[in-house]
Design a protein around this ligand. Structure first.
Ligand SMILES: Nc1ncnc2c1ncn2[C@@H]1O[C@H](COP(=O)(O)OP(=O)(O)OP(=O)(O)O)[C@@H](O)[C@H]1O
Ligand SMILES: [Mg+2]
Length: 338
């Protein structure tokens, strides 16, 4: 329920600065997803919010409660922060069954046995774990462990929930179901949520705001749509989605499309064209040759070669073109990157 406000946060591991001057606001009931290359500091940021990693400076405020402030010398203990946290490595209690892993946070809070049983049953059903309640973590698959970890953090109905790759080991069809569940639980209970994922599709589907991290910094935060259409830097343009990017002088490779350069009287670093904005059609203005065809679920990606440029272009799965074929195409949209 509470909003989260992070200001000027710095975290070191040994001599290395891992989190660099991070400023982040998550409004009450909002879901912010974080994506970024491996090792950029996503898990470290969550650890600092929950109180497991010690920052060197900055502040973390949840609702009207200061969790950490270097200026005011405040550092609330982990167990007093009341934040739900699903670790990247699940961190289940190995000596407890699924049932007791789920029940534990409620037992600690001294709820009545019946109330606990009811809450555990509810989570078991929601997370498709019915029949597994008497198993121990080592008897579960990676995806099942992850679902237990998710259930354990949801069962206490936290006002802030931090999730670190909660669906990483779950197969695509169940992932879709759980992602939908997670979003509806978040909305129903009004949980403020910070969600770290490697999977951009997941992030796009679930996030109100999407943050892209690189080397310990938040490089851009926006709605997923804005981030996709208006990346603020080459880093974000390259990281989010697929993109045909022409940096600096490489833009000359697009001279077959003079419109692109004519409009570029301002300085820019690069030009990006999304593969879905290259439309192959018999009435297209430009002519190229198909170099490569890759099939994905439900779509096909062509590589078109034209003079000295190569362009990824999406196509109709059922109307895919052949390698070597000549095709006509249009560039429907492109963006300048600063
Ligand atoms: N306990 C630790 N001690 C020292 N260095 C650490 C520790 N934990 C992480 N690091 C380093 O901090 C950096 C950021 O790690 P972090 O786990 O936050 O990355 P990440 O963005 O979560 O990556 P991934 O996507 O692979 O999970 C890495 O360079 C990592 O090696
Ligand atoms: Mg991580």
């Amino acid at each position: 329920m509470d909003q989260l406000l992070i200001n000027g946060l710095n975290v070191n591991y040994g001599p290395n600065r891992i989190i660099k001057n991070i400023k982040l606001k998550i409004k009450s009931r909002e879901l912010v997803a974080i994506v970024g290359p491996s090792g950029c500091g996503k898990s470290t940021l969550l650890s600092a919010i929950v109180g497991l990693a010690q920052p060197v400076s900055g502040s973390i405020v949840m609702g009207d409660k200061i969790l950490y402030s270097s200026m005011e010398n405040i550092n609330i203990a982990v167990e007093k922060r009341n934040i739900g946290y699903v670790f990247q490595s699940y961190a289940l209690w190995p000596h407890l069954t699924v049932y007791n892993n789920l029940a534990f946070p409620l037992q600690v809070r001294k709820l009545k046995r019946q109330a606990i049983a009811k809450a555990v049953q509810f989570q078991l059903q929601k997370l498709d774990l019915v029949g597994k309640e008497h198993k121990y973590p080592h008897q579960l698959s990676g995806g099942e462990k992850q679902r237990v970890a998710l259930g354990r953090s949801l069962i206490v109905r936290p006002s802030l929930l931090l999730l670190d790759e909660p669906l990483a080991n779950i197969d695509a069809s169940l992932k879709n179901v759980l992602l939908g569940e997670l979003k509806s639980v978040q909305q129903e209970l009004g949980i403020t949520m910070l969600y770290v994922t490697h999977d951009q599709n997941e992030a796009f589907e679930i996030a109100d705001q999407l943050a892209v991290m690189g080397a310990g910094e938040i490089r851009q935060i926006d709605t997923p749509q804005k981030l996709y259409t208006n990346p603020n830097s080459l880093f974000v343009a390259q990281f989010i989605g697929r993109n045909n990017i022409f940096v600096g002088q490489e833009v000359n490779k697009l001279r077959f499309c003079p419109r692109i350069r004519r409009q570029s009287n301002t300085t820019f670093t690069a030009v990006g064209i999304r593969p879905e904005d290259i439309i192959i059609s018999e009435t297209g203005l430009y002519t190229g040759t198909i170099k490569k065809v890759i099939y994905h679920a439900g779509r096909v990606q062509h590589t078109i070669s034209i003079s000295d440029a190569e362009l990824l272009a999406d196509g109709d799965f059922n109307g895919a073109h052949q390698v070597g074929q000549t095709v006509r195409f249009n560039i429907q949209r492109y963006h300048y990157i600063n």
